[in-house]
Design a protein around this ligand. Structure first.
Ligand code: SF4
Length: 222
């Protein structure tokens, strides 16, 4: 396949980005977070559990977990040992149990038992770094506070030349400058879906990818 021409002007760069977003819309309309939850607290817990673990595995654990601990107070009162056992299959269970219990105590003591709907406040909650906070704010509250940068967004933003950074915080800074604010939430979900289904870390399905003519990735499979 012919090597894609890089845009030379700001207008060409803007048009290229618009085309990428259009392809993502066509591929993944109406996508959202794949972690099952029924409120912001459950999403916060599920997101903490999803570190180094698949959403599928987390979704197998959380129904039983939320049935056993229906309230934030229940999580604040459980022992770390017991919770670690409950979430063992998600990996890193001791650290995750510590974070979830710490988050429950913080939410209970400082925020009246409700997950706070702001980045500044969420970043004070144990286990909630920027990525987790962006997931909760975007999905549970519909607040575009930034762009979720997980391993898929990290890889694909580089493949698509939307950033040259490897640090997630710097990648997020690049993406919020490039993307219109009303795309911040949806863009992350679409890229995460693209990373799971087509633009995988190894052997991406580039022959099937409609973005291929605009992609400069050195590890394309075509
Ligand atoms: S062409 Fe390949 S590397 Fe580029 S975005 Fe598509 S799947 Fe990913």
């Amino acid at each position: 396949m012919a090597k894609p021409q890089r845009p030379k002007t700001a207008a060409e760069r803007k048009a290229r980005l618009r085309t990428i977003l259009d392809h993502l819309d066509a591929l993944y309309p109406n996508v959202t977070c794949e972690l099952n939850h029924s409120n912001a607290w459950e999403l916060l817990v599920a997101t903490i559990l999803s570190a180094q673990c698949t959403d599928k595995r987390v979704n197998m654990v959380t129904p039983g977990l939320f049935a056993k601990y229906p309230t934030v107070r229940d999580f604040a009162n459980v022992s770390q040992e017991e919770l670690a056992e409950d979430i063992r299959s998600t990996g890193f269970f001791n650290n995750k149990a510590k974070s979830v219990i710490g988050a429950a105590k913080k939410v209970l003591n400082d925020f009246g038992g409700e997950v706070p709907p702001s980045m500044e406040q969420l970043l004070t909650v144990p286990g909630a770094a920027r990525k987790t906070a962006n997931v909760v704010l975007g999905t549970a509250f519909g607040i575009a506070s930034g762009v979720v940068v997980d391993t898929h967004v990290q890889r694909i933003a580089n493949r698509l030349d939307l950033t040259k950074e490897s640090d997630p915080v710097k990648i997020e800074q690049d993406l919020v400058k490039l993307l219109p604010r009303d795309r911040w939430i949806l863009f992350s979900h679409q890229i995460i879906h693209h990373g799971r289904r087509m633009c995988t870390a190894r052997n991406p399905q580039c022959a099937q990818c409609p973005i291929e003519p605009l992609c400069y990735a050195k590890d394309k499979s075509v």
